[in-house]
Design a protein around this ligand. Structure first.
Ligand code: NAD
Length: 338
């Protein structure tokens, strides 16, 4: 059986990555559409053969409870809509896949987790890197420690996200979850956590936004430092003003790195002993296909997905503390425990 997926939010990521990726999956099919822009529907319905009965607006999404073709609602909207849509989908008895960042803050993330638990549906976060083989190797090395104790980590993630906002789009709007930390900082945080296999204890963050005329109430660039147990430190930079895409893990007896580490394709790297991490999954949107197949199998086999809601929530706790630190000029802020 193929898992029927309804995409909620038909913007760039749904159109250019997820919908094409669904055509490559073995365990999923694009079965429904949820949108606030009915003008997009003729093209989408025509291209993917979606009948009217599987089409919803954000306001009547609750009706999806009666739609046997849909197993999953995959939320791909601006970030402020992740929680409200997740609550409706869960109440309708549908599994929830949700893009990163999971929500606007940890409190919202916790609400989503509870709603999914209460309704006995799965919640998986769209952390596509956790399905990429080189990244999975790094996750395994967190346990194996082939180069000895981890000492320090560096994770930088940025792109020219502000261009999206130049015409007033949501990535520059604080109310809709704009800014670099939500969009790209989450890759640094998630990487620091999966490369150590630990939860950070405290954070210091410095808002280095240069263009306040463009970035009003949202961050362009944040530098932050995560303290982990065992005196491990992660130095991170996230930005909407620079292309940044490097992850490096320094250990007692060597190092390993990926650059790019969060690309749609071509993620590759090397280690101090000459080990090469060659690109694995093939061209985009293979990674998204792999992610959705894995998350579909978790549903079919009734087991926890690789990146469950708890993963998203752990990152939201770090983001909350990082924002608090940045507001206090880089003061050290403890990260809430799960
Ligand atoms: P986008 O702006 O291209 O698309 C957003 C869609 O939401 C649009 O179709 C828009 O019409 C709709 N929308 C509904 N309500 C809206 C509102 N109030 N304001 C603005 N748009 C509204 O954005 P995107 O790049 O597709 O990002 C969507 C989500 O996907 C975000 O959460 C983002 O973080 C995530 N994303 C993840 C990845 C990844 O690699 N995992 C990549 C890109 C985006």
């Amino acid at each position: 059986r193929r898992i029927g997926v309804a995409l909620a939010g038909l913007g760039h990521y749904s159109r250019d990555l997820l919908a094409p990726a669904l055509q490559l999956t073995r365990h999923c099919r694009l079965a429904g559409l949820v949108t606030g822009s009915p003008d997009k529907l003729p093209e989408w319905q025509g291209r993917y053969g979606i009948p009217d009965r599987n089409v919803y607006s954000y306001d009547d999404l609750h009706r999806i409870a009666d739609d046997p073709d849909i197993d999953v609602v995959y939320i791909v909207t601006p970030n402020h809509l992740h929680k409200p849509l997740a609550l409706v989908a869960a109440a309708a008895g549908k599994h929830v896949w949700c893009e990163k960042p999971m929500a606007m803050d940890a409190a919202e993330g916790a609400e989503m987790l509870k709603a999914c638990r209460d309704n006995r549906v799965q919640l998986a976060i769209g952390y596509r890197m956790q399905h990429e083989p080189n990244t999975r190797r790094f996750m395994a090395m967190a346990k194996e420690r082939p180069y000895g104790r981890i000492v320090k980590l560096r994770a930088d993630a940025g792109w020219f996200g502000w261009r999206d906002g130049a015409d007033g789009a949501w990535r520059l709007d604080p109310a809709r979850g704009g800014g670099a930390m939500y969009d790209m900082g989450v890759y640094c945080i998630n990487a620091a956590r999966y490369c150590t296999g630990m939860e950070p204890l405290a954070v210091q963050a410095w808002d280095e936004t240069a263009r306040r005329d463009l970035f009003k109430g949202v961050d362009e660039t944040i530098r932050f430092r995560l303290e982990f147990p065992e005196d491990i430190v992660a130095e991170c930079v996230t930005s909407f003003g620079r292309n940044l895409n490097t992850l490096q893990v320094d250990c007692e007896r060597g190092w390993y790195m990926l650059s790019p580490f969060q690309g749609y394709e071509g993620n590759q790297g090397r280690a101090s002993d000459g080990t090469v991490f060659a690109p694995q999954l093939g061209p985009r949107p293979r990674m998204q296909a792999e992610q959705m197949d894995q998350d579909a199998l978790a549903i079919l086999e009734n087991r926890t997905p690789r990146a469950p809601g708890e993963e998203g929530l752990a990152d939201m706790r770090v983001i909350d503390a990082a924002f608090a630190s940045a507001r206090a000029g880089g003061e050290r802020v403890d990260i809430a425990r799960g």
